[in-house]
Write a protein that binds this ligand. Structure first.
Ligand code: FUB
Length: 348
């Protein structure tokens, strides 16, 4: 696969800016890249965007993805292999539609694919509730065999699984607006709840969720907890603080003994980070990792490979349509004190 065809490289954004990086693949649309190093290669578990002819709305109905394809690279900048269909919504008994941002993990010879999708219930909009499923394979490219039901106790979307040095894994998940996290405020789903947020700008923002996984990697070991982001004074970031509050796309990595909780701010289009001393947080807000990309959504992952750190992200360079995205990668640097210089997805 040509990682950046002649036609693509050198292209300018609609407002005349030069892109920092080029799409990793141009044969299919890919988004929400969750990158992992397995057995010396880089695997990207991504959404596989398609055009279902649905207009943009706040529920994200235009993101009508039906399956997953895994990308593999032997090295950054090398050729990229697009795997066959790794999991299709038709093969997931509990899911109705919208195979959104996935993640993956490896343990004891098995690869685990975690994915959100709407279940088969109906809310006030006639749409299912988002749940999180798990599927397994002996091959990192799949195909993956799904469990018959979603992970008990799971809800909302954008799962990201972080495994600590002691082998314990934690799932971070959730997203507001179309991701429905605001409908789970009291731990019970309200199918008539808000389609956006709770409109409580002076209250603590709706937090992402974190939960320790059982050794089977298929179930939660404890009740789901809040992953709270606080400011420099230890106060929770407020719901009205759209430049800093959590929206979706949680991703956690560990560096220098610290836990970096990274996430998207949705309607203000930043990828931010906050740092904590434990996998559960609280996480102290530090700043922007990525300025807004072309396109409404911003969703990323961060992985160490070959002695450097890499930011995988997406934009809409190939389509200039919000729901048809393409994944990219660029190096992520750290300052001496562990803070992260903000990346501009366009060249100066
Ligand atoms: O790809 C569908 C949704 O868009 C993801 O789940 C969100 O994180 C946003 O990228």
């Amino acid at each position: 696969v040509d990682p950046a065809s002649e036609a693509v490289s050198g292209a300018l954004s609609p407002d005349g800016r030069q892109y920092l990086a080029q799409p990793l693949v141009s044969e299919i649309y890919t988004a929400d890249p969750s990158a992992h190093v397995f057995d010396g290669k880089i695997y990207i578990y991504a959404s596989h965007d398609i055009d279902a002819g649905i207009a943009d709305d706040d529920l994200g109905n235009q993101y009508a993805m039906r399956d997953y394809r895994v990308l593999r690279m032997g090295k950054i900048g090398g050729p990229v292999t697009i795997g066959p269909v790794a999991l299709d919504v038709e093969d997931v008994p509990w899911a109705s539609q919208q195979m959104w941002a996935p993640d993956a993990a490896y343990k004891d010879g098995t690869y685990y694919l975690y994915f959100p999708a709407r279940d088969k219930t109906e809310d006030k909009n006639g749409l299912g509730a988002f749940r999180i499923g798990v599927a397994t394979s002996k091959n990192p490219m799949g195909p993956f065999v799904p469990e018959p039901d979603y992970i008990p106790g799971s809800f909302s979307m954008d799962p990201a699984v972080f495994t600590d040095d002691d082998g314990t894994s934690y799932m971070y998940f959730g997203g507001i607006w179309g991701g429905q996290l605001q409908r789970w405020k009291d731990g019970v789903y309200d199918p008539n709840g808000s389609d956006t947020d709770l409109m409580q700008d002076d209250q603590p923002a709706i937090p992402a969720k974190v939960v320790r996984m059982n050794a089977d990697m298929k179930t939660f070991a404890e009740p789901v907890r809040d992953a709270v982001i606080v400011d420099e004074d230890g106060n929770p970031i407020l719901g009205g603080d759209h430049d800093r509050r959590f929206f979706e796309a949680a991703w956690v990595f560990k560096r220098g003994g610290k836990y970096y909780f990274t996430y998207s701010t949705g309607d203000t289009h930043y990828v931010n980070y906050a740092i904590g001393d434990t996998p559960y947080g609280p996480f102290t807000y530090k700043g922007h990792i990525l300025e807004p990309v072309q396109g409404w959504t911003s969703h990323h992952s961060i992985v160490e490979w070959d002695g450097k750190w890499w930011l995988f992200y997406h934009d809409t360079q190939l389509s200039n349509q919000n729901h048809l995205r393409n994944v990219k990668v660029t190096e992520l640097k750290f300052n001496e004190d562990g803070t992260i210089p903000t990346i501009d997805p366009f060249l100066p």
